[in-house]
Design a protein around this ligand. Structure first.
Ligand code: CA2
Length: 141
């Protein structure tokens, strides 16, 4: 079982800025937690890009290469028709995750363009959203 974690723009800054919203863990800390939790259960690939096109291409390429995609699309969650179209077009199940509870934040964050084309959404549990994303992926194989 292979699970591909995709991370969108600015998540490379985690742990360095705005810890009151996103916590103190870096993306590397989160990746290492996910890898430990997946040991003996799933093979993990973990990527981050600030580039919308890279995320779209990775979703397109997932078919035949991975069993499930878990995505924190960050700011593109709320803006990217291209990412939504790529998720809608793939035959790989996609789980949407967020560190924060986007429904309890500013109005512009409360709408996810990708939610309707994902299997489900996990948000608001901080770094545990990634662990719950992995657990949900394991139910989808
Ligand atoms: O809660 C989440 O996981 C988000 O996807 C995080 C995004 C935000 O745009 C979404 O609305 C919700 C922001 C990710 C990057 O955040 C930063 C982290 C550290 C410093 C600056 C930004």
């Amino acid at each position: 079982m292979k699970v591909l974690f995709l991370n969108g723009p600015n998540l490379n800054l985690l742990g360095q800025r705005q810890p009151e919203i996103y916590g103190e863990s870096t993306l590397a800390d989160i990746e290492s937690g996910v890898r430990s939790q997946a040991e003996g259960r799933a093979e993990i690939e973990f990527r981050q890009s600030n580039d919308e096109g890279a995320l779209v291409t990775w979703v397109q390429e997932a078919s035949g290469q991975t069993d499930v995609v878990v995505i924190n699309a960050a700011g593109y969650t709320h803006t990217s028709v291209a990412l939504r179209d790529a998720i809608a077009a793939t035959d790989v199940p996609v789980v949407e995750i967020h560190l924060s509870n986007i429904h309890a934040r500013e109005e512009f964050r409360q709408n996810s363009l990708i939610a309707p084309v994902c299997c489900g959404q996990i948000c608001g549990f901080g770094t545990a959203s990634y662990m719950l994303g992995l657990e949900s992926a394991l139910t989808l194989k």
